[in-house]
Write a protein that binds this ligand. Structure first.
Ligand SMILES: NC(=O)c1ccc[n+]([C@@H]2O[C@H](COP(=O)([O-])OP(=O)(O)OC[C@H]3O[C@@H](n4cnc5c(N)ncnc54)[C@H](O)[C@@H]3O)[C@@H](O)[C@H]2O)c1
Length: 400
């Protein structure tokens, strides 16, 4: 993670986070440990809980506690009550800043209110679903602090969502099933930034990709990108593998299950386990599911078998190792610089969901290019002047 490393080295020199309590509700993985160490290098006190009960790497949690003395409230496979208790305990620690992947911590702090909310300088959110929740909080007039929308910076969007999830969602599916993608029909529900990455990589592996969308622009884009587009009920009859990545709920539901072929595989790459309607699947099934492979549950419906991966939880994390470190490098570089920005500008920033400044995005891209050994051009003074001018024809050329 060369970009984060260079930020960590600067943080160690400048100590911009001195004495601030930073609480992170993130996936507890090796990459997140690097992030925690960056916060410590900047002078912060850090503590963690998991943003997903199934994705914690216990050995990483243990190393953070044992070697770095960072409290970690997380254990792989913890039940939902334990998960909620951990989030609540982290809030009681009274963080000055929060880092979220899904907004559970900051939303809890708002629900709790009181001194903990008053002490919160701001938050940073790293996924689409979290931002949706925080924008609803803002629309209700209840968001009490600034939140940086790291998820929407260009370096995060491109690396984490398109390249990171594009590759790692398929990796999780393949690890769990060992399917040969070539020759299969993959039905992708949701052609957003994340879905596009999955579609591109699945096509690269030889799958025929069918896209289902509710947004006409995105549907058109999918068509123009060369994918077949159709309603999900029609696609339900054709697919061998279904991947939901919409941020919505009940995207695959009873009427879809009723039309599916024998042996299909169902996976979710969206944030919450609500995209595949699990209640409907259980109700339709003739009995409880059979675990045919680790993380593959088989439901039998009228002699057809539907294989659900990772209980409908986010497949790249629950069945794989999440994003490759190179993708998380960009995300966590954004988080680290967003935390620094929040602290540096705490007097000027009011409550609201805020964009990550363009300068931060550019700085991260510059550091990444540097780590790749790639050099680029810069504008000449004439070009800068030309681009900054509003004048008409005269600016284009001297008349000859
Ligand atoms: N697995 C990961 O590591 C990972 C990474 C990034 C984002 N996410 C999650 O993936 C989800 C999508 O994120 P995104 O950034 O691509 O969002 P996005 O808003 O860019 O795209 C979502 C797309 O789904 C479409 N959609 C909504 N409801 C639909 C439905 N019923 N049927 C078909 N299409 C539908 C929308 O029109 C939109 O085009 C979110 O939950 C996000 O948090 C997961």
């Amino acid at each position: 993670m060369p970009v984060l490393r260079s930020i960590r080295e600067r943080f160690a020199r400048e100590r911009p986070l001195d004495g601030v309590r930073v609480a992170a509700c993130l996936q507890v993985t090796a990459e997140t440990a690097n992030m925690a160490r960056t916060l410590l290098a900047g002078g912060a006190e850090a503590a963690l809980c998991a943003a997903n009960p199934l994705t914690t790497q216990d050995e990483v949690a243990a190393a953070l506690v044992g070697e770095d003395h960072v409290p970690v409230l997380a254990r792989r496979g913890e039940d939902v009550d334990t998960y909620a208790r951990h989030v609540a305990s982290l809030a009681e620690w009274g963080p000055g800043l929060t880092l979220d992947d899904g907004a559970d911590l900051l939303v809890h702090i708002h629900e709790r209110g009181g001194d903990v909310l008053e002490g919160c300088i701001g938050g940073v959110e790293e996924t689409t679903t979290g931002l949706l929740r925080l924008r609803r909080l803002e629309a209700d007039g209840r968001l009490a602090c600034p939140v940086m929308a790291v998820n929407e910076s260009r370096t995060e969007r491109t690396f984490n969502d398109r390249y990171g999830t594009g590759q790692s969602a398929l990796d999780g599916i393949l690890r769990a099933t060992n399917l040969l993608l070539a020759g299969r029909t993959l039905v992708l529900l949701g052609y957003g930034v994340t879905g596009k990455g999955i579609a591109q990589r699945a096509r690269g592996a030889g799958a025929a990709v069918v896209v289902c969308e509710v947004d006409p622009l995105r549907a058109l884009e999918a068509r123009m990108d060369g994918f077949e587009v159709m309603p999900s009920l029609q696609a339900a009859e054709q697919g061998d593998l279904f991947v939901t990545v919409t941020g919505s709920r009940g995207v695959l539901r009873r009427e879809h299950f009723e039309r599916m072929k024998d042996g299909v595989v169902l996976a979710n790459a969206g944030h919450f386990d609500v995209e595949i309607d699990l209640d409907a699947l259980r109700q339709l099934a003739s009995g409880p599911p059979r675990e045919v492979l680790p993380l593959v549950e088989q439901y039998e419906l009228d002699r057809r078998r539907l294989n659900l991966l990772a209980r409908g939880r986010v497949v790249n994390l629950a069945a794989g190792e999440g994003h490759p470190a190179a993708a998380m490098d960009m995300s966590f570089a954004n988080l680290a610089l967003a935390v620094e920005h929040l602290l540096r500008h705490r007097e000027e920033l009011g409550p609201g969901v805020l964009a990550v400044p363009k300068e931060i995005d550019e700085e991260i891209a510059r550091l990444k290019l540097e780590s790749l050994g790639v050099e680029i051009d810069t504008l000449t003074p004439e070009q800068e002047e030309y681009l900054a001018s509003w004048a008409g024809l005269a600016r284009a050329a001297e008349p000859s």
